[in-house]
Design a protein around this ligand. Structure first.
Ligand code: ZN
Ligand code: ZN
Length: 353
């Protein structure tokens, strides 16, 4: 078994007050409890949620001081006495769901993201924007040794989330799924997961450049909302019988696309909400929802099995995430670009610099 030298102090990005900014400083390395592991985080993806955690603008309070981050990929360097199925040296990932009670009715049915006692990485417990992070052993992602830790990091939130959304949509191989916000970070992964699952993808986003990248990633059609006179008709026309896609995945961060989805989804189809536009509401005509038997639902991260499946698609080379890597010390700059809407693809921070 590998042996690791664990320092007493480490570099971290710390939110000291709601609204930020993050402070790059040295903090103590924690010791894992009996059911926990200590992961030497090598890389961590940066998710929009991390910005919300720093700003404190969600209706759920964060821990303070807080180390954000929930797409952390690294190596297990210490573990508690109760941890038997993980070894020092194993690759592991810190994801949004850091831990759950494993005893409530949701946990018992593998719906652990709904656990009322869930611990959330980088939100209610310290996350992956540090060199050494603690997580419950039961919940850490088991990352196969063949995976590149830098490239796999965004799978730990973005990948799991879109993959679970596709499962929740009920769409089956050969059917059509519309992905709204397909040109963004989540969208680019959703297109690839959907294609790998045997689904046809109708990508919806704005601008020719995004259209090009969506097609390259595997979308069979692209609908440009900036350049269409009738979005609803165009989406329906992208299916062979003109009756619309079997499912819609809503990844957008604006409210408007949420209202249109029920108009173009196929009868009997499902509209799955994943993106979280601030203060948004979902409105749908009751008549249509009834007589066309439309399902509207939410999908939120994924359970442990979804995690391993999402990683398996990645390991088989079916998911390529466009990433840009910067030092952990530059996290505040990434947040600034996020606020300005300038991020293309996914940012990953390297904790060694
Ligand atoms: Zn996230
Ligand atoms: Zn529970």
């Amino acid at each position: 078994m590998a042996k690791f030298e664990i320092p007493s102090e480490q570099w971290a990005q710390v939110v000291e007050k709601s609204g930020g900014p993050v402070v790059y400083k040295k903090i103590p390395v924690q010791k894992p409890g009996p059911d926990e592991v200590l992961i030497n985080i090598k890389y961590s993806g940066v998710c929009h949620t991390d910005l919300h955690a720093m700003m404190g603008d969600w209706p759920l309070a964060t821990k303070l001081h807080l180390v954000g981050g929930h797409e952390g990929a690294g190596v297990i360097v210490a573990k508690g006495d109760l941890v038997t199925d993980l070894e020092l040296g194993d690759y592991a990932g810190v994801k949004w769901l850091n831990g759950s009670c494993l005893a409530c009715s949701f946990c018992m049915q593998a719906d652990e993201p709904l656990c009322p006692h869930a611990l959330l990485s980088g939100y209610t417990v310290d996350g992956s924007f540090q060199q050494y992070a603690i997580a419950k052993a039961a919940h850490v992602a088991r990352i196969p040794k063949e995976c590149d830790l830098e490239a796999v990091a965004p799978v730990l939130c973005a990948g799991i989330t879109v993959y679970k959304g596709l499962k929740e949509s009920g769409a089956r191989p050969g059917q059509y799924v519309a992905i709204v916000g397909a040109g963004g970070g989540l969208g680019s992964m959703a297109i690839q997961y959907a294609s790998a699952m045997g689904l046809h993808v109708i990508a919806i986003d704005g601008g020719e450049e995004k259209g090009k990248s969506c097609r390259t990633l595997g979308a069979s059609a692209y609908v440009d909302f900036l350049n269409t006179s009738d979005l609803v008709q165009e989406v329906k026309n992208a299916t062979p019988d003109g009756l619309g896609p079997h499912a819609v995945l809503l990844l957008a961060v604006q409210e408007k696309p949420f209202q249109q989805a029920t108009e173009y989804v196929r009868s009997r189809g499902a509209v799955v909400c994943i993106g979280l536009p601030a203060k948004a509401y979902l409105k749908a005509p009751v008549f249509d929802t009834v007589v066309r038997m439309i399902t509207i639902k939410g999908s939120y991260v994924g359970n442990r099995q979804d995690t391993q499946e999402a990683l398996d698609f990645f390991q088989r080379g079916m998911i390529k995430v466009p990433i840009k890597t910067v030092g952990l010390s530059e996290l505040q700059d990434v947040y600034k670009m996020m606020e300005e809407g300038k991020i293309v693809g996914r940012y990953v921070v390297d904790t060694s610099r």
